[in-house]
Every structure is written in C-alpha cells, then in structure tokens.
Design a protein around this ligand. Structure first.
Ligand code: HAM
Length: 420
C-alpha cells in the first residue's frame, strides 16, 4: 500500500465540516472588515522567498521544498503566503487602488519541519494583508479583527494575544549589536542552537524554547528600551488603540518571529492547549518589503492563522455536524427508480439534501442503511405505491408511516427539513 508522505495529512470527510465552518466564519468576518480574496499559485521562483523571507531564516535555509523544473528553473513550494501575495500585488499594479488595500488568501503551505502534533510539512494558512498604510491604527485593527474571528469561533477565551515592537532600520542594528555582544559574553551558558544564532540572527536567540536557556535569556537587554523615538511612538499608539478597544493582550519583549521582514509591531495569538505548538496565528508590520520585492515604497502589515491548529482547538466537542440528508428515497425496482430519480433532483434543486437507493437492495437493507447514516425518514416506493401514485413516508424514529402523492413529494421533503 502506498501511504501519504510523512508530515502531510488528509482532511477526511468527518473533519471537513469543521474546516468549512472555520473558512466560512473567516470569510464572513474578513469581508465585513473590507478584505477581498486573492488566489495565488502554490509555487513561485525560489528567489522570491529567499529575498522576501530572508536568506538567514530557518525557513529559507532548512525548510523549503525547492526543485528544478524541466527547463532548469529553480522553483519552490510556498512556505508562506506573504511573499507571493506581494509579488501578485506588485505584478498586477494593485497598489494604484485606494489604501489600505485589504487582501486575504487561504491554502496549503509547505515547510520541511520535524512533524509532530500540530506541526506538518503541508499545512494550511489563512493569510491576511493590509497594504499601503503606515498608520498604527492598522496594526491595532488587524489584531482586533484576528481576535474577533476567534470570538466568532467561540475560541477567544482559550487564546492570548502577545504583542511586541522590534524597531526598524534606524534603531534595530545598534540593538542587534548590543544583544550579540551580551550573548557572546554568555555563550557558554546557552544551548548549541542559540550559540549558532548569535552572529547570524541574535534576535532569534531570544525566542529559544529550551528551558535551560530561558532564565538567562529573560535577563537579556530588551528591545523595548532601545526603540528610536518614532518606533516608540508607533508602539505607544498601537497599545493605546488596543486599550481603547478593551482587548486583552500582553507585551512580550521576546516576541521576535521567525521571518526577517518585520519592522516595529509583531504579534502572535498563542494557546496552552496544543502542547509545544503554541502559536495559532502570527504576524506584524513589514514596511519596506514591498519595495524590497521591486514595488513602490509602501507600508505593509498582516498575519496568518494556522488552520490545522484552529481545527484542533475546535476539537470533537464542538465538531460541526455535516448536513445530513432529510430522507433516504427507496425505490423497490426499476420502474420506481425511474420515477424517483427526477423527484430526488427536484428536491435537491430546492436545496433539500436527500439520498437515493438504486433499487437493487432489499427494503430491510435500505432501512438499515438509513439508520446507520442517521437519516430521519425513509420514502418507500414499490409497485403498489406506483399504481396509487403515492410514496410511503416513514419516520425512522417512530416507525409511523403515511402516504404522500408523488407529485407533492418535493414539497413534503422540503417540509421535513429541520424535523428529527
Ligand atoms: P508564521 O508565524 O510562520 O507566519 O506562520 C503563521 C502560522 O501558521 C503559525 O502561527 C502557525 O499557526 C501556522 N504554522 C506555521 N508553520 C506550521 C506548520 N509546520 N504546521 C502547522 N501550522 C504551521 C507567516 O507565515 C507569515 N507569513 C504571517 C504574516 C502574514 N505576517 C505578515 N503577514
């Protein structure tokens, strides 16, 4: 038997209803906030991600699915959506629209990570971007919308919003140097992974999850105290807007994120319910990235939600039921099948879900099938019924039966909707 590749997973019919519920809720919340959908390809030129996400990030160095196509071009399965979305934004001149340009996209992403619960090599994101607006209200509005989406899914009380500012090109380089020097002086007390990062990407050291490193790292110089005046003002305003909205959040000075494009605001939505994979969503501001990718010098801001993690949080108790057929139509024989097929279609075209036997099984077997599928009514049509021009409608719960004229059957089935 050929099995699925390690780290990728099927979304089986039993889970699909929960996915649809999350997606429909997200679309509703996003659209009331003025976001419009954009659909993007799942592979791009490798250089887009190398330039967009940053050469020295884990994603670009270790996690990309990169291959050559038959023409010898280097292509990569997208590890995230921001770089692709900005590529499309620039390529199609979407920046001429009134700002901010609000866009979202959903779909699979690919990262060669070590698979574990909540972490996959193919996973799905809902990615949201607000482009071309520098105002700090955008940062706050995005976070408010993110929390609103989880409120609509009744998950907000299991999540915490963490916020930080990591400065910009004016203040971060000096902080970076100071932090690297501080870490170098204490390298002996840090794990191997941290030591490897001191020179390459010292801010990422702050994010180390190793419990042996944590006490020391908690005493490292915080970027909050090193922000330049404009960055400090921006962060203060973001917090003021969040406070005014009554949103609860914590400032986490170690929230640095794993992608290189962020400036100023970064944020994550975290949970303690998913073990090691505690981030359900993450994002921040990336002013300058659009220009870096060949577009105009514009601001940008956004987040992505890991949809597998949302579905895991929804769990079984809240599992959303798939729509069940209201009735199983059971023709007993070929003539009855020929009569019932168009009646089933007539009901379906009115939005009523029905299931249809094909006349090849005995009545008892069909009734058992209705029970197994949890269908509330059986509609039986044999030769006798055909002569009378009627169907027998049987309640699977009480066993009660009554006759219904065949030409009234679609109306009758519509009326059964919502009844047990
Ligand atoms: P990210 O933090 O790399 O950000 O990913 C966002 C979310 O995707 C994570 O919080 C997590 O829920 C989910 N995720 C990431 N990797 C995996 C995985 N291997 N398996 C399952 N879920 C995963 C970004 O991707 C940025 N592009 C977000 C952004 C948009 N920033 C600005 N705009």
């Amino acid at each position: 038997m050929i099995k699925a590749v390690r780290g990728v997973h099927d979304i089986l019919p039993a889970e699909a209803a929960a996915w649809q519920h999350v997606e429909a809720t997200a679309r509703q919340v996003l659209e009331t906030h003025g976001y419009r959908e954009i659909r993007l390809p799942i592979f791009e030129r490798t250089e887009l991600f190398a330039r967009g996400i940053g050469e020295v990030t884990d994603i670009v160095q270790k996690e990309m699915y990169t291959f050559e196509d038959r023409a010898g071009d280097s292509l990569t399965l997208r590890p995230e959506a921001t770089a692709s979305l900005l590529r499309a934004y620039i390529e199609h001149g979407l920046h001429v629209q009134p700002k901010p340009v609000r866009l979202y996209t959903m779909g699979p992403m690919f990262r060669y990570e070590r698979p574990q619960a909540g972490r996959y090599r193919q996973f799905h994101q809902l990615d949201v971007e607000a482009l071309g607006e520098e105002h700090p209200a955008v940062d706050a509005e995005l976070m408010m919308m993110l929390v609103e989406l989880f409120r609509a899914l009744r998950l907000a009380d299991r999540l915490q919003l963490e916020v930080n500012s990591i400065g910009d090109a004016a203040c971060r380089p000096a902080y970076r140097e100071r932090l690297a020097a501080w870490l170098r002086a204490r390298a002996g007390e840090l794990c191997e992974e941290c030591r490897g990062r001191i020179d390459r990407n010292p801010l990422r050291v702050l994010d180390c999850k190793n419990p042996a490193c944590r006490p020391l790292l908690d005493t490292a110089p915080a970027i909050r105290d090193a922000l330049c005046a404009p960055c400090a003002e921006h962060f203060a305003r973001v917090q003021r807007y969040l406070d005014a909205s009554g949103l609860s959040y914590v400032v986490n000075p170690r929230l640095v994120r794993g992608l290189d494009y962020y400036v100023r605001t970064t944020f994550e939505l975290t949970t303690t319910d998913l073990g090691a994979q505690n981030a359900v969503a993450g994002g921040g501001r990336y002013d300058g990235l659009i220009e870096h990718l060949g577009g105009p010098p514009e601001a940008g801001n956004g987040f992505a939600i890991g949809l597998e993690r949302v579905v895991l949080l929804l769990g079984r108790q809240q599992a959303v039921e798939a729509a069940r057929p209201v009735a199983l139509l059971i023709p007993l024989g070929e003539a009855a099948l020929t009569r019932l097929l168009p009646l089933a279609e007539a009901a379906r075209s009115r939005g009523v879900a029905v299931d249809l036997g094909y006349g090849a099984r005995r009545l008892r077997a069909e009734l058992e099938r209705a029970n197994k599928l949890g269908i509330g009514h059986a509609v039986i049509v044999g030769d006798e019924e055909l002569t009378r021009g009627e169907a027998t409608v049987r309640s699977m719960t009480t066993g009660q039966q009554r006759g219904v004229p065949l030409d009234k059957l679609p109306d009758e089935l519509a009326a059964l909707r919502g009844q047990p």
